[in-house]
Design a protein around this ligand. Structure first.
Ligand code: PLP
Length: 419
């Protein structure tokens, strides 16, 4: 997108804010709430809250088992949610979408089921220094238990994945590459099509942590050329407690169950058990029924806006925020400068003030940001930082939020005598 196209925004964040009841509540600062922590978890629009209430109120029974109208109704709505997830990420079939609690559980499912079947002593697993712990610790565990080796692709000084390092490490024949689409700690958007092609040429499968991309940009699993994708509903305006794992069907079919019990069986005798078809093979026990229906409502809400528009809006806000923060004294920014390579997640350090103090002072001005290591301690270690402050934007944000972020920075520097 040319820079001059950035002169106008595509969405009216302030108008969309009216759809989110949380913005009606009074903040203790007496200021309106500037919510810049959507990368952690996003507020819910009324449509999602009402869909969950309606599911519990009028359509609730257990799914996949009742031979009565209410259960058939609940099952149809639950399965419609699965179709909606499949459509949203371009999955060839809804049978490839497994409901899980969150991205963390989706990645663990792959690490336990695919990993413990396919990884053995002497094998190499690749992850990256940029990962959220959710896409790092399960692979460390797998390596420790299987006798495999794990290595990490490095990050450049300006916050890109080091593709030369990736190429070198791929030459050693890893079985799997676990990589994030968008870094929650740096905001970097990784070139996944290119990375997948490189990994496949080296014989590795690709597990994509899409927790920070699916909520914010169009994502198509086929175009990306990946093998598995994990997402969390709560980061994309949906309820917590529901997420999805997508996997290529032949991989899912060859994998053993992750958890066992009710719902995931075909036949049980005292002599042994056979499994249900995918995806039910991976959905032991009663699932998060109303939450899946709420996720469907979140997808409908985002689809009505259009994911291209969501991305364009966030790109616009990123560009303005990045330019303003770059010009602000005492602010050190992390991650790539190009809006093509950086999602609307801005990690920064305010010289002379600890990020926890920054977040506390910001809160006094009604500005909610995240401070800490963002569950990405290796990223902090890479830049020799204990923590950063992170401002992350979504559909309900606008330029007024960028202004209030800047005002909070100025106030913090004045308060700490560093401005
Ligand atoms: N991956 C990334 C990049 C994240 O930002 C997060 C959450 O912040 C996760 C994975 C884990 O998400 P969840 O806690 O919903 O499983």
């Amino acid at each position: 997108m040319a820079i001059e196209q950035l002169a106008t925004d595509i969405l009216d964040g302030a108008a969309l804010r009216a759809d989110f009841p949380v913005f009606d509540r009074a903040h203790r600062s007496g200021q309106p709430l500037t919510f810049l922590d959507s990368a952690a978890s996003a507020p819910k629009p009324r449509a999602v809250i009402e869909a969950v209430a309606d599911a519990y109120g009028h359509h609730y029974a257990n799914v996949h088992r009742g031979i009565y109208e209410l259960s058939e109704d609940a099952t149809a709505r639950f399965e419609a949610a699965r179709k909606a997830v499949a459509g949203f990420i371009g999955a060839p079939s809804d049978r490839e979408v497994v409901f899980v609690r969150n991205a963390t559980e989706g990645i663990n499912l792959v690490a336990y089921s695919w990993g413990r079947t396919n990884i053995g002593p002497g094998d190499l697993i690749l992850s990256t220094e940029m990962e959220h712990h959710a896409n790092l610790v399960p692979w460390q565990q797998l390596a420790a238990e299987s006798g495999a080796t794990i290595e990490y692709v490095g990050i450049t000084d300006d916050g890109h994945l080091d593709l030369d390092d990736l190429q070198l490490k791929l030459a050693r024949g890893p079985r799997l590459l676990a990589v994030g689409h968008v870094s929650n700690a740096l905001g970097t958007i990784n070139p996944i099509e290119e990375i997948s092609a490189m990994a496949h040429a080296a014989g590795a499968i690709v597990v994509l942590d899409a927790a920070q991309s699916v909520p914010h940009m169009p994502v198509d699993v086929v175009r990306l050329g990946i093998d598995f994708l994990a997402l969390s509903g709560h980061k994309m305006l949906g309820p917590s407690g529901i997420g999805a794992l997508w996997g290529r069907r032949e991989l899912l079919e060859a994998m053993p169950p992750f958890m066992t019990g009710g719902s995931m069986i075909s036949k049980v005798t005292l002599a042994g058990t056979t499994w249900a078809e995918v995806p039910l093979k991976f959905e032991a026990g009663t699932p998060a029924i109303a939450e899946a229906i709420g996720l469907h409502a979140a997808i409908d809400y985002l689809d009505a806006i259009g994911m291209e528009n969501v991305r364009a809006h966030e790109r616009f806000l990123f560009q303005h925020a990045w330019d303003a923060l770059s010009a602000a004294p005492g602010v050190r920014l992390l991650g790539p400068a190009s809006p093509d390579e950086h999602a609307a997640v801005i990690s920064f350090v305010l010289d002379g003030v600890h990020p926890h103090d920054v977040a506390t002072v910001f809160d006094g001005h009604g500005v909610a940001v995240r401070a800490g290591h963002h569950c990405a301690q290796p990223v902090m270690a890479r830049y020799d930082l204990p923590a950063t402050t992170r401002a992350s934007f979504y559909v309900y944000n606008g330029l007024e939020d960028v202004e209030r972020l800047l005002a909070a920075i100025r106030a913090t520097r004045t308060l700490f005598g560093v401005g």
